[in-house]
Design a protein around this ligand. Structure first.
Ligand code: ASC
Length: 150
């Protein structure tokens, strides 16, 4: 049992430190994965947006649950933008691979924003949630403008 636990931990550690491209069998798998993660993130982010814009009634518990999912999902897409994943069924612009530092800065900013969003959502204050939502949406938008084709 101990050996198995050690093996599982070793595999997990190796996976996390492996070059991102090596985690996907084919570039199209990486593209599908990152789209899926972004789709799930957008769905849950949109549910918060419906509440902050008044299109849906404010439900503090639901907002907090959605924000937790957004914060967790926001960490995932970036490892799937490895080398060779610039071609295929994707709107990703070549700038992602040309401006790696800027791309990294953008997704790190998003992770920070979504963590704040989740923290604010837990407090149940709608006004603060509106501010955090709009700040997070601005971070989504600036990366889309720079790195995603229309
Ligand atoms: C969303 C969503 C995005 C961002 C972006 C913000 O709700 O799905 O991609 O916000 O539109 O400008």
């Amino acid at each position: 049992m101990k050996k198995l636990v050690t093996l599982v931990l070793a595999v997990a550690a190796a996976t996390l430190t492996m070059p991102a491209s090596a985690q996907f069998a084919k570039p199209e798998d990486a593209i599908k994965y990152r789209k899926a993660a972004l789709t799930v993130m957008a769905a849950h982010f949109g549910r918060i947006g419906a509440m902050t814009s008044g299109k849906a009634p404010f439900d503090a518990k639901a907002a907090a649950e959605n924000a937790e999912i957004v914060a967790a999902m926001s960490k995932l897409p970036w490892a799937a933008f490895g080398e060779g994943t610039d071609k295929g069924e994707t709107k990703a612009k070549p700038e992602i691979w040309k401006e790696q530092a800027k791309f990294k800065e953008g997704h790190e900013k998003l992770v920070g924003e979504t963590m704040k969003l989740a923290a604010v959502a837990k407090t149940g204050n709608l006004d603060n949630l509106k501010l955090a939502f709009s700040s997070t949406a601005g971070t989504c938008k600036s990366c889309h403008d720079a790195f995603r084709d229309k």
